[in-house]
Design a protein around this ligand. Structure first.
Ligand code: FES
Length: 321
């Protein structure tokens, strides 16, 4: 997995809503934790009851300038296979292994204005962005959509921020979120979207219909937009590795990453779902069939490729690996 695990201790735990737990993590020796930029996530290695060996990704939602502790907020998923429920079982004093922070969802340094749109637990990376933008004195607006007030986390903090707009599904019509609430399309403005799949699809498609360009919309998904089976559907092809050498046949039902790992190739990866970007490598020859939810059109045009979820249209795909 190419992970260097960090040991941390849960120093505080609180229920932010009946389904969201907030965990504060510190280093066991009190040392500073690695630096991170707003929007970053960490892999968490769960090894408790029923969750042994599970790796899950959670955004860091605390202030990025605080190196003394990391904060995670975790929604108890109704269909949890042990990940979120394992996190909810943690108590103060428990140990937790995490990766160093990773980030493909940072604040744009080209934008002058920033519009954050969170749905449900998608508030977590955007909360860190709001901290960073506030400290930087940047112009931003933060729209937080939740089913109800009781389902919304961090309200104490958010309601103190005049840049925040709250939208509850069960509230009056005039406070519901609509894409018009983002104001006019502007080339110096970035839109950041995070939340459940259906919410993200709605926000992204309405923003594009309203005239926001794909480059202006920054997104972070917690789950792939399509069923994972779509990553391995299709005919076989050959992957050729330019650096380490060797040809590997990828059959229907297999991912490039699975085959490379099974053959002992030291390929980077994390989520294995096409949403984190950790497995990205460059294509040197051949025609990729992109099926990830992470690469932008520009990155694809630049030859980037996710080994965990994408395939090939051409019989041979040569990778810079
Ligand atoms: S491992 Fe996360 S995108 Fe491939």
């Amino acid at each position: 997995m190419s992970n260097e695990w960090l040991d941390t201790i849960v120093v505080a735990r609180r229920d932010a809503t009946p389904r969201i737990v907030v965990l504060d993590l510190i280093s066991p020796d009190g040392a500073e934790l690695p630096e991170f930029a707003a929007g970053a996530h960490v892999d968490v290695l769960l090894d408790g009851d029923g969750a042994a060996g599970l790796v899950r990704q959670y955004s860091l939602c605390g202030p990025p300038h605080d190196r003394g502790r990391y904060q995670l907020a975790v929604l108890a998923e109704t269909a949890s296979r042990g990940g979120s429920l394992g996190m909810h079982r943690l108590r103060a004093g428990d140990r937790l292994r995490i990766s160093r922070p990773r980030n493909r969802f940072g604040v744009s340094d080209r934008a002058r204005r920033h519009l954050l749109v969170a749905g449900g637990i998608g508030v977590t990376p955007l909360l860190a962005m709001a901290h960073a933008l506030r400290v930087a004195g940047a112009e931003y607006e933060f729209h937080y959509c939740a089913r109800s007030r009781a389902d919304a986390a961090f309200l104490d903090e958010l309601e103190r921020d005049p840049h925040v707009r709250l939208h509850f599904d069960d509230g009056p019509d005039d406070q519901r979120f609509g894409i018009g609430g983002l104001g006019p399309v502007s080339p110096d403005t970035a839109v950041y979207v995070c939340g459940p799949g259906g919410f993200m699809d709605f926000v992204i498609s309405s923003a594009q219909e309203a005239g926001w360009s794909a480059e202006a919309i920054h997104k972070e998904r917690f789950a792939p937009a399509q069923d994972a089976a779509t990553h391995t559907e299709g005919g076989s092809f050959t992957v050729r590795l330019a650096k380490s050498g060797g040809d590997y046949e990828i059959k229907e039902g297999e991912s490039v990453l699975d085959v490379l790992l099974a053959k002992g190739v030291d390929a980077p990866y994390s989520c294995q779902q096409g949403i984190c970007g950790e497995c990205i490598v460059r294509v040197l020859a051949g025609e990729p069939d992109h099926r990830d939810d992470i690469l932008t059109d520009r990155e694809r045009a630049d030859g980037m490729f996710t080994t965990c979820s994408s395939r090939a249209h051409s019989p041979i795909l040569e990778l810079d690996l």
